[in-house]
Design a protein around this ligand. Sequence first.
Ligand code: AHR
Length: 660
Amino acid sequence: MKQIRRMKKKISMLLLATGLAASASAQLPVELNIQLDNPKGKISSHMWGVFFEDINMGADGGIYAELVKNRSFEFDNPWMGWKKLEHASSEGAYLLLNDQQRKGNKRYVRLTNSAGSKLGLQNEGFRGMGIKAGATYEFSLQHRSNAPGLQVHVALMDEGDQVIAEAQRPLHATAAWTETALRLQATATTGKAKLKIWFTGEGTVDVDMLSLFPLDTWKGRPKGLRKDMVQMLADMKPGFIRFPGGCIVEGRDLANRFQWKKTVGSIDERELIINRWNTEFNHRLTPDYFQTFGLGFYEYFLLAEDIGAAPVPILNCGMACQFNSGELVPMDQLDEYVQDVLDLIEFANGSTATKWGKLRVDMGHPQPFNLKMIGVGNENWGPQYIERLAVFKKALNAKHPEIAIIASSGTDPEGERFEFLDDKLRAMHIDIIDEHYYRPPSWFLSSASRYDNYDRKGAKIFAGEYASHTTRPNGPGKSTWEAALSEAAFMTGLERNGDVVEMASYAPLFGHVDGWQWSPDLIWVDNLQVYGTPSYQVQKLYSTHKGSDIIPVHRDGQPVAGRDSLYASAVYDQNTKELLIKIVNYNSKPMPLRFAIATDRKFAQVAQKISLANKDLNVSNSIEEPLNIQPKQTDIRFKGKTLTDSLAPYSFTLIKLQTK
Ligand code: AHR
């Protein structure tokens, strides 16, 4: 008899371990106990954020709404993106000049027009230009000329060379460089427009900064950001925005690193550089990818403020990307790099009495940007990183003890490189450790309890870049429901451990369908449209339901972190007085559940249930079908303190319960 009982026990343990128990006992609800009156800690106010990098045409050709590619002829090939419109009869009618005395932007074009000719240029845009019927666009150029009576003409053409907008205006004779603008209204919509600019009248004109922006930008700012793309970020209510990367911080070599000082001040004086992603992947070469820095550090801070996100700049630590050149700044020459970090704090927070604070004020922002944390190094590693970081830390702690330092634990979330860095960073009392994980869905599922036993006394964790890659390492990953659901499951672990996990951001943020290098990405765009992937929908549900207190969710006294492919966490929001329960059912079958809320509080008997679900894990969203995976809301009813419900197969569910 004893033997039979033992055998039964063995079999049921085996079933449990293989996850078959739930389906075998499909009718019995799983009991989850929600300890509402026993919060375990606080969720950080900037827990869920976004990671912005100019990769996949995220900035130039993306969120930065400039439609003209190579507007100042500063690309390595100065004519890239441009076509000369008319072959002039005289030699030298089109000249490219390089004036070494001009700051940042040295090249310009000189056109000499004879009576009756129409010299000009055509620009192809960033894989075309996105133009919308009825919308107004502002063309501007800088010119100088001593010829009276010149006219500038501008036209937008569709794919078939039909004119869809046209305007012209006189160009005054002026010895000094002068900006002139004119507006065009489009009669048709196309994502593949091109721009034609030509001149009539007789004489010579120098032109530069040929530019075209929609008037309808984010917050209507002239020469601003693409409204639909920023809106996607604002909708997430992100707690922070990390910028400008990513590997772009490091550069392929040190000359190619991101230098914030070169991205502030007058836009036409910002010196562009080749984008490191231009040449990164042989299978995704993007020869026309440059950083013009129209979206520079001032604009990044402004964007952070606009979307209510804490700014999280990451700066170079004196090391170029170790996947590329791995160039190092000698230890005795680090001063410039350290000074860049100190000066950035002054730029963000300093008063008008300071050099960099004054620049911020002059650029239009008298109030400080309220910078509270800064990253030193992106994915850097080895003792070389640690010894450099120590120099930054000493200077920062001495001058700005109020600023939290974020430091990198390398490229992977485990292994020798990670262990070495994690030990060293903890020993040197780094405030926040930046962990990165690009891993398959199975890793995300099995790592849902990664932080359950993390050290609570030392550094906080920033899950600074992560994404579930269904096809890694064999090719570009698709942003499928499988990837998103495994991230949702993992994120229950981040939320449950919100007392040690300070911040988290999916990476990368944007991908342009015609110009990407890295996939999957959170949000995809073409020149006209934008959509959120299933992962975006997951991120948004978390970040818009962040809560303030961590509420334990137990099954048989244990966290719900993968048994029977169920994952759960909960938070309470002190402001809205809502209990927010998040649950993932990673089963192909429905999962009956019973929630018991352990509380002395009163709460509403009807709760909202918001679900993302699909039986097919391969489903994705797309430009054509942007909302295949989208939240659906229903009401569910409690009976006293318990609720019995069934979770859909392969679903992520948020339950919102109003307490009184
Ligand atoms: O997110 C894309 C890249 O992944 C980042 O630039 C880098 O930090 C990581 O390797």
